[in-house]
Write a protein that binds this ligand. Structure first.
Ligand SMILES: Cc1cc2nc3c(=O)[nH]c(=O)nc-3n(C[C@H](O)[C@H](O)[C@H](O)COP(=O)(O)OP(=O)(O)OC[C@H]3O[C@@H](n4cnc5c(N)ncnc54)[C@H](O)[C@@H]3O)c2cc1C
Length: 435
């Protein structure tokens, strides 16, 4: 391994690997360091990997759409082969069920403004397309121990929005390996089982990192892409108290149940986002249905102080809450006695919108606060960060005049200022995993 680089990226998840790919294409000699044993082995390994475009803001929608177009042409985007093959984008389309409490006009307007295909389904169309669901309205979502749990409001869903350009990636960890190989084709390097313990500085600028065991590696640019450990790395660099938006780790569960007999996942399996019960589902390998939650107010939030030490067991209470809510919508859903699923951490920002930015420390950058919704945005996060870093390292004052990146396919001018560490809270945010 070389002893010095143009840029060191802390983390080799989807975000860190994508930044390496874009910087390496610009000619930067990059090194990703990750304390785990492989690329994408952190929280990216457990992502639901849903690719969707409905965000609460125009910027969020534009970034997701541009990234979606990259996932659609994944091998072309990577431009190189991977001996393990490519991760697959299963483009099932995405249905958003709603009962009228949520403002769908923002999604419809954003999609129309950006030219993203979108359909509005009335209730009859919903019944025809999703014959296995109960169209009763239940809002607000409740815990199973609430005496009103399972009671319909007496009303029905208002309808749905269908976005054909959506789906999921079948193997998210393989997708990061794909990006690693693509970055390596441009001379990027990756070092695993290497934990960063110090961000070394001199005269207001970074000079390098120190690894567990004392090894030092130098670079004039260091990027925090440490996922749920982002607040620890920001603290290590001494920048955490010099930014308006902070990040912290939130425990999150996702569950698996067998698909109901009347729901043919191969034929009809779509991603379904259900605002009425605040849950979502998608097909999972093995004729399973994956069930997640959109963090309704009734569910307690489990903030985690130590991302290396938290309960990784699925809890019976949360299993029941998420699975039984989904069973309200899909009455034929089998509910096994044994809870199965995965547990991992979101890296949540104050407004659930990421921070893609520089910092007050020269040469120190961050791509953090991905808030449970940025796997899909890996391609554009990589490009945004590479352009931002390159501009700043060439003397541009991004805090005064935010860098704008033209999305390569759609041409949308994406301002990195939207993702500033010093922004005011984005009040239009959903303040949830929906972003
Ligand atoms: C359960 C769950 C479901 C999700 N579902 C979706 C979804 O459907 N769609 C979507 O778009 N997003 C989803 N997300 C969010 C998405 O997975 C994340 O936004 C994304 O994977 C974050 O990638 P990352 O590279 O920032 O973090 P990570 O993949 O966590 O990578 C960070 C890496 O940094 C390393 N690291 C940390 N500290 C150090 C250190 N000191 N030294 C060396 N290495 C270090 C870690 O080992 C880790 O590998 C979900 C997240 C979870 C947890």
């Amino acid at each position: 391994m070389n002893r010095d680089y143009d840029a060191i990226i802390i983390g080799a998840g989807i975000i860190g690997a994508s930044i390496a790919f874009e910087l390496a294409k610009k000619g930067y000699r990059t090194l990703n360091v990750d304390k785990l044993s492989a690329a994408g082995a952190g929280s990216t390994a457990n992502t639901c990997a849903i690719i969707r475009t409905h965000y609460s803001t125009l910027e969020g929608t534009a970034m997701a759409y541009e990234s979606y177009l990259h996932w659609k042409k994944w091998p072309e985007y990577l431009g190189t082969r991977d001996e393990r093959g490519y991760a697959e984008f299963r483009e099932t389309g995405l249905v958003i069920l709603h009962g009228g409490e949520h403002d769908m006009t923002v999604h419809i307007d954003n999609h129309r403004e950006l030219g993203i295909p979108i359909e509005e389904w009335d209730l009859d169309t919903v019944k025809e397309k999703l014959p296995f669901i109960d169209v009763s309205a239940f809002f607000p979502p409740r815990r199973p121990d609430d005496e009103k749990f399972g009671n319909s409001t007496g009303k029905q869903l208002r309808g749905a929005i269908f976005i054909p350009g959506g789906g999921y990636i079948n193997d998210p960890q393989l997708s990061v390996h794909n990006v690693q190989r693509a970055a390596e084709a441009h001379a990027a390097e990756f070092k695993f089982r290497a934990e960063v313990t110090e961000v070394r500085q001199d005269d207001g600028r970074v000079v390098g990192i120190t690894l567990q065991g004392g090894e030092q590696v130098d670079a004039p640019v260091i990027v925090n892409a440490a996922g749920p450990h982002s607040f620890i790395v920001n603290r290590m660099a001494g920048v955490d108290d010099k930014m308006k938006i902070s990040t912290r780790a939130l425990r999150h569960e996702v569950h698996f149940v067998p698909a109901p007999d009347d729901y043919d996942l191969d034929k009809d399996g779509r991603v379904i986002s259900d605002d009425d019960i605040s849950g979502y589902s998608r097909p999972e390998t093995g004729n399973l249905l994956l069930i997640g939650s959109q963090d309704p107010d009734c569910d307690p939030k489990e903030w985690v102080d130590d991302p290396d030490d938290y309960n990784r067991q699925v809890s019976d209470e949360q299993w029941q809450a998420q699975v039984l809510r989904m069973a309200q919508r899909i009455p034929s859903l089998p509910v096994p006695g044994q809870a199965t699923g995965i547990v991992d951490l979101y890296d949540v920002s104050d407004d659930w919108i990421p921070i893609y930015d520089k910092s007050d420390l020269g040469g120190f950058y961050m791509a953090v606060g991905t808030s449970g919704n940025q796997y899909k945005n890996g391609p554009m996060a990589g490009l945004l960060m590479a352009e931002l870093i390159d501009a700043c390292e060439h003397g541009h004052d991004h805090d005064v005049d935010p860098v704008t990146v033209e999305c390569p396919i759609t041409g949308f001018p994406l301002s990195a200022g939207f993702y500033s560490r010093n922004r005011e809270i984005v009040e239009d945010s959903s303040f949830s995993v929906l972003g």
